[in-house]
Write a protein that binds this ligand. Structure first.
Ligand SMILES: CC(C)(COP(=O)(O)OP(=O)(O)OC[C@H]1O[C@@H](n2cnc3c(N)ncnc32)[C@H](O)[C@@H]1OP(=O)(O)O)[C@@H](O)C(=O)NCCC(=O)NCCS
Length: 157
């Protein structure tokens, strides 16, 4: 029988290749460029960038299968990116990262978690609603291609 091990940890520069692969698969239109991810990993002082990795039987090491990036600004935080490899979506890996973000925010006394999501991204909207986010408003033409965004908020308590 095979055992699956899941680990969430801070991202390292060595993870860049895996992160970029997932980014391009998950966001075929409008993926962040490598330089944007590098900025998050190396320079952005408010960024918290984590990866989720899996190992089968703890034998061949772990493989990065998803990531998340949130910005901490005083008593509020914004989720900038969250993505799971398309082959492994709907297996609660995104939820594991979201729980980790929530618990981290709670420990840091952050009071609100916010995000923008494309109004057409139904699975992400469902995902955020499942985690308690409520739509506060719509931001027209928020994205470069003119798409609207929902601005969603979750109280951390
Ligand atoms: C959004 C995303 C991170 C969710 O991660 P995930 O690991 O697939 O999600 P989970 O398995 O933890 O799902 C939790 C809940 O979210 C909702 N959900 C997730 N995928 C869904 C889908 N395809 N359709 C409808 N609801 C979905 C469901 O309520 C689900 O709970 P359930 O499985 O018990 O019904 C993932 O779909 C993804 O990487 N999408 C592409 C990138 C993206 O759009 N990111 C968000 C940008 S704002």
């Amino acid at each position: 029988m095979q055992n699956l091990f899941v680990n969430i940890r801070e991202a390292k520069l060595d993870d860049l290749k895996a992160i970029m692969q997932i980014e391009q698969l998950c966001f075929p239109h409008g993926a962040w460029k490598e330089e944007n991810i590098l900025y998050e990993l190396k320079e952005n002082p408010v960024a918290h960038f984590w990866v989720i990795e899996l190992s089968i039987n703890n034998e061949d090491g772990y493989q990065v299968v998803g990531f998340c990036d949130y910005w901490e600004t005083f008593d509020s935080a914004t989720i900038c990116q969250i993505a799971v490899h398309p082959y492994l979506q709907r297996k609660q890996l995104g939820s594991a990262m979201m729980d980790e973000i929530y618990n981290d925010c709670y420990a840091k006394k952050i009071r609100t978690l916010t995000l923008e999501v494309r109004t057409t991204n139904e699975k992400a909207i469902n995902f955020y609603k499942k985690h308690g986010f409520k739509t506060e408003t719509t931001k027209p033409h928020y994205y470069d291609n003119g798409d609207d965004a929902y601005y969603m908020i979750l109280e951390v308590k």
